[in-house]
Design a protein around this ligand. Structure first.
Ligand SMILES: *Cc1c(COP(=O)(O)O)cnc(C)c1O
Length: 432
C-alpha cells in the first residue's frame, strides 16, 4: 500500500518559501524521521486526515492538549458561543475567574493563578516570580526536561532541541544562562551536592514531575519526595512544570498521583482545550508579588483570551464530571503499550517502554530509560524506520524518539487493535 503524499509535499514546498523549514515549531518538519511532514486538514475524535485524504489514528493530540479528542463537541460549541460575543477585549471577562476557579480547585497548594498564552510564558514567569520571592539568582533544571524556549531554560532542554541534536540555542549569550544549573534527572546525589555548593543561592528547582520531553520518563521511587525535602530545607521554591501532565495523568496532575505539594505549578496544553493558554499558580503569599499587586512584572495583550478560556473551561468541566476517564485512559494505554512491546519482542526488536497513565514512549533501547543519558542511547534510526512504517499503516506517532505519545478519551479498542497490527508489520521494516 502506497500512501498518497503529493498534496502534503506541495504544501510543504510552498510553506518552505515563506516560513523557516516550512513550520512554526521545529519538530513538525519531521527532520529526524526522514520523511515529508503531513499537512492536516481535519480531525475528529482520535482520527485525523491529511491533505491527500489519508486517515490516521492520532497519538499526538496536538502534543497533549486534546485529551478529549479532535473537534470535541463540548469544546467546539463553547468556542463558537464565545466567538459570537467577540474574540478579545483586552479587558477582564467573567470567563477568566470561571476557569481560575476550576484550575485552583484541582491543585491543593494553589490559591491564585495567572493566565498567559503559552507554556513558555508560564515557566518563564514562574521563574521570575521565584527569583522575586526568594531574592536569589540560581535556578536548577534537569537534563532532558523542556520548559519552553525562554533563554534561561534552553539548557539541555530535551524535546525538539534534543531531536535536532543541538546542545542549546544560538542567540543565547552565556551570561543569560550562567545562573541555570542543569542536573541529571532522578539523581538525588547530584541534587544534594548542588545544594551544598550553592547554599541559600538557589531560587527554585523546576522539574517535569513525570518527564514527557525526553520521551516519557517517570520519577524514581522517592525522587520527588527528596526534591521536596531538599528544596524546603533550603527555602528554595519547587516548581512543578505540569504544562504536559496537568489534567493529563490525573485531574490534579502528577502532584495528585505522587502526593507532593510544589510551591508553584505551571500549566498549559489541556487547560486551553486546544487554544493557546498557559498559567502559573501558587499560594496568595507568592502570587501577590505579581503586578499589579507586587513588583514582579508580567503582562499579556491576549492573556485570558475569551475563546481560550471557553475552550479550557469546557475541557476541564468535562474532565471534572467524568473522572473515570483517567482509569479508562490508563487501561487503554496499557493495552496499546503492552501489545506493541509484545510485537517487538516476537520480532526480536530491542525496545523498552515507559508509561504513566495516558503518556508513553517506546524507546528503541535495551533500557531501562531513567534519565537523559539512558534515553540518548536509543537507536533513533530504528525509531525513524518504525515511525515511517507506522505512518504507512495509518498510525500517527510523535515524529521523534524524544517525545511522549498520548492516549485520549476518544481512542477506541479498535484504534488500539489497529495500532498493534500496524506495529507487527512495522517491526519487519525496522529489521529491513
Ligand atoms: C509543551 C511544554 C512547555 C511549553 O509550552 P508551549 O505552550 O509550547 O510554550 C513547557 N513545559 C512543558 C513540560 C511542556 O510539555
Amino acid at each position: 500500500m502506497a500512501r498518497k503524499t503529493e498534496q502534503s509535499r506541495k504544501l510543504q514546498k510552498r510553506a518552505e518559501q515563506l516560513i523557516p523549514g516550512g513550520v512554526n515549531s521545529p519538530v513538525r518538519a519531521f527532520g529526524s524521521v526522514g520523511c515529508d511532514p503531513l499537512f492536516i486538514v481535519r480531525g475528529q475524535g482520535s482520527h485525523i486526515w491529511d491533505a491527500d485524504g489519508n486517515e490516521y489514528v492520532d497519538y499526538i493530540g496536538s502534543w497533549g492538549p486534546l485529551i478529549l479528542g479532535h473537534a470535541a463537541p463540548t469544546v467546539i460549541e463553547a468556542v463558537i458561543e464565545a466567538a459570537r460575543n467577540g474574540t478579545s477585549f483586552g479587558a477582564s471577562t467573567p470567563a477568566e475567574a470561571d476557569l481560575a476557579e476550576l484550575v485552583i480547585s484541582a491543585f491543593p497548594h494553589m490559591q491564585k493563578v495567572r493566565f498567559v498564552s503559552s507554556g513558555t510564558e508560564a515557566t518563564m514567569s514562574a521563574i521570575r516570580l521565584a527569583r522575586g520571592y526568594t531574592k536569589r539568582k540560581y535556578i536548577v533544571k534537569f537534563e532532558g526536561c523542556y520548559h519552553g524556549h525562554s533563554d534561561a531554560l534552553l539548557v539541555k532542554a530535551g524535546s525538539g532541541v534534543a531531536t535536532l541534536g543541538i546542545p542549546g540555542s544560538a542567540g543565547v549569550p552565556e551570561e543569560f544562562t550562567q545562573f541555570t544549573l542543569a542536573l541529571p534527572y532522578n539523581d538525588i546525589c547530584a541534587l544534594d551536592q548542588t545544594f551544598e555548593k550553592f547554599k541559600h543561592q538557589i531560587a527554585c528547582v523546576i522539574v517535569e514531575p513525570v518527564v514527557g520531553n525526553m520521551g516519557c520518563v517517570p520519577p524514581a521511587r522517592g525522587y520527588l519526595e527528596a526534591l521536596r525535602a531538599i528544596t524546603a530545607h533550603d527555602k528554595t521554591l519547587l516548581i512543578f512544570d505540569e504544562v504536559m501532565t496537568g489534567f493529563r495523568l490525573a485531574y490534579g496532575g502528577a502532584q495528585e498521583i505522587y502526593a507532593i505539594k510544589p510551591d508553584i505549578t505551571t500549566m498549559g496544553k489541556i487547560i486551553g482545550g486546544g487554544l493557546p493558554v498557559g498559567a502559573y499558580g501558587a499560594s496568595s503569599e507568592i502570587m501577590d508579588l505579581v503586578a499589579p499587586l507586587g513588583p514582579v512584572y508580567q503582562a499579556g495583550t491576549l492573556s485570558g483570551n475569551p475563546l481560550a478560556m471557553a475552550a479550557g473551561y469546557a475541557t476541564l468541566s468535562y474532565l471534572r464530571e467524568h473522572k473515570d476517564v483517567y482509569s479508562k485512559l490508563d487501561k487503554l494505554a496499557g493495552e496499546v503499550v503492552a501489545g506493541v512491546a509484545a510485537a517487538a519482542k516476537d520480532a526480536g526488536v530491542i525496545m523498552c517502554h515507559n508509561r504513566v497513565g495516558s503518556m508513553f514512549t517506546w524507546f528503541f533501547a535495551a533500557g531501562p530509560v531513567t534519565d537523559w543519558t539512558s534515553a540518548e542511547k536509543s537507536d533513533t534510526e530504528a525509531f525513524g524506520r518504525f515511525f515511517r512504517a507506522m505512518l504507512e499503516n495509518g498510525i500517527y506517532l510523535p515524529p521523534s524518539q524524544y517525545e511522549a505519545a498520548f492516549m485520549g478519551a476518544a481512542h477506541t479498542k479498535q484504534d488500539v487493535q489497529q495500532t498493534i497490527a500496524a506495529a507487527k508489520q512495522a517491526f519487519a521494516a525496522v529489521h529491513a
